[in-house]
Design a protein around this ligand. Structure first.
Ligand SMILES: O=P(O)(O)OC[C@H]1O[C@H](OP(=O)(O)OP(=O)(O)O)[C@H](O)[C@@H]1O
Ligand SMILES: Nc1nc2[nH]cnc2c(=O)[nH]1
Ligand SMILES: [Mg+2]
Length: 167
């Protein structure tokens, strides 16, 4: 684990579903009308599916970026841009577009995607303090020194008892 991260925050599928639904509730109670979701792959794919279902949004676009190799942040590469007709929804800048990602950490990914769609609404399930100013709506804040383990990166495994005795 990168030394920047001192704590773990493991999230189960149920918890992630609950938190993504909570994000949809917040977005539904806002004053914006969204015609399409742009999800930031790959982490944004799962919350985007849940938010799209709850908000009855059927137009889903991707913006494909890569920056982390597990917990090591590298140079950010845009592998696929947003289609021009999606960028134009609600006028130049994408005012009627909802951008969804799983989390914001340093804010580097959010900055790049926001620059593509400056009028869009940016939503994440989790936010760390450095990235929080770049997000319009989120559900749970976690500290900067916490690594969030998402359910698709984990599996069930044996945990030894607290006493240390295996049997
Ligand atoms: O705020 P930042 O420091 O830029 O970090 C946040 C980004 O990091 C993760 O994506 P990652 O690059 O690991 O790719 P993935 O979504 O394909 O897992 C996460 O899904 C966010 O998109
Ligand atoms: N899974 C995961 N990916 C990240 N990318 C940047 N920060 C994080 C994090 O805390 N967890
Ligand atoms: Mg990502």
């Amino acid at each position: 684990m990168d030394e920047r991260y001192q704590k773990n925050f493991p999230v189960s599928w149920e918890q992630f579903h609950r938190d993504s639904r909570a994000l949809a509730w917040r977005l539904t109670n806002g004053d914006r009308h969204f015609e399409a979701i742009v999800c930031v792959t790959r982490g944004g794919l799962v919350p985007a599916a849940i938010v799209a279902r709850e908000m009855s949004i059927r137009v889903i676009e991707t913006v494909c970026v890569a920056s982390y190799d597990y917990d090591k942040q590298g140079e950010l590469k845009v592998l696929k841009e947003v289609a021009p007709h999606i960028r134009a929804l609600g006028g130049e800048g994408g005012r009627n577009v909802l951008i969804v990602d799983d989390l914001v950490d340093t804010g580097k990914t959010a900055r790049v995607v926001r620059d593509m769609l400056p009028e869009a609404h940016f939503a994440t399930v989790y936010a760390k303090p450095a990235g929080r100013p770049l997000v319009d709506t989120f559900v749970t804040e976690v500290s900067q020194d916490t690594w969030i383990f998402l359910p698709w990166d984990m599996g069930l495994q044996f945990t030894p008892p607290i006493s240390g005795h295996a049997g």
